[in-house]
Write a protein that binds this ligand. Sequence first.
Ligand code: NAD
Length: 422
Amino acid sequence: MKKLDILIVGGGMITHDLLLPSIYHLQRTGVAGNIKICALDSAPLKTLKSNKEILTSFPGQDFEALPSVSEPEVNKYPELFKNAIAGMKPRQIVVVAMPDQLHYPVIIEALKNDQHVLCVKPLVLKYEQAHEIEEKALEKGLFIGIEYHKRFDRRSLMAKRAYELQHFGEFVMGEAKLIEPYYYRSSNFQNWFTCDKTDPFVYIGCHYVDLVYFITGLKPVEVSVAGIKGKFPNGNEGYMWANGRIRFENDALLSVINGLGYPDQAAGSNEQNLQMFFEGNGKSGMLKHNDQFRGVEHSYLEDSGSAGSHFKYINPDFYKVVPWEGEGYKPVGYGYDSVAAIINMACQIENEVNDLPGNESLLKRRELIRQVDKKGIIATPGNSYINELVVEAARISILNDGKNIGINYGENPSVMFCKENK
Ligand SMILES: NC(=O)c1ccc[n+]([C@@H]2O[C@H](COP(=O)([O-])OP(=O)(O)OC[C@H]3O[C@@H](n4cnc5c(N)ncnc54)[C@H](O)[C@@H]3O)[C@@H](O)[C@H]2O)c1
């Protein structure tokens, strides 16, 4: 089997917590080739190289750091990713793990240089950009997978199937919550999570909007998000809390609350859940997911992890490294499943066209990409563009004190202020 080399652009929290360990495991199982990570400066790359859990889980595995870890941390390399991408063989994989507003230029650079892409959510912050990416990628037969890992949680997959089989009825009213820890305010977030760039709804609320769309297939048509501002330790102002309401095409309503404020002392490690109600014929259906407390409690002698609590609710479902038959530890959970599904898909596409001449290969890659779009399990620009419309509408709404923003799905989908606002 042909392996694909991987360049991760961005060496922050998501790379540390999910992407690098998952990709190391895929390297170990023969899917990923060489791994490089490009960051703005050497600091996060040093942290990744010295992380104890990663070192003990993946003995003997390493990545090439760009810039080198011997570079002084004060030196910044905002354009280095361009050289790194240009230096790759064609049709390998660029993993985009930068702050939300920087996804677009990295994806465009990757496509320009003939690379498949795994992008963390949200793909981009504007529908037009998502559409442009979809067209450019299809034109060149390049696969783009967006890492919405909640789709790969078994409870989401089960709910999707049950909804399709009409076991619940029609979605009518729902409530979702995702509150990240307070300590996020002291992280690198304070440098980019500012009011003008993003907010808690765009950052994490989009997971649950995507999930309701994933389960029901219903498109959101109206978005209103109100936010509460606060100051980060470095003085930057950001939205610390957000409260969103989404209306779907069948008039169903979903409310979503988000924030950077789950207590560091609490057992969490965050708060998250989803409840949906459905109308049936003379009765109703319901779905309730407790995505925070999944029935596992640990109390450690010493504090472990960054949140400072000794007693913890453990989530065995998202991402953990566990003993396995091989050396070190292996990653398990829907976080790993999601990364693996996207990397494996790019690899599968390349392996299917391995022996085909240029034009035939291009046509086959396009056909395979369209199949993934249609299947709707891995999020792609073609099947999850509702998310960019929601994010775009949400940004306008939160910057306008929660005004209702409509989404129009005509030939050229767009967002606009709703009539009652005028
Ligand atoms: N649940 C999820 O799916 C999930 C969870 C966390 C983060 N994310 C997404 O991952 C992305 C990154 O989030 P994070 O928490 O890792 O952020 P972070 O602030 O911890 O890390 C950002 C990284 O980007 C790098 N970077 C910034 N500018 C760069 C440049 N010009 N060239 C190269 N590297 C550059 C920085 O060096 C840093 O390593 C965001 O889009 C976020 O929404 C998704």
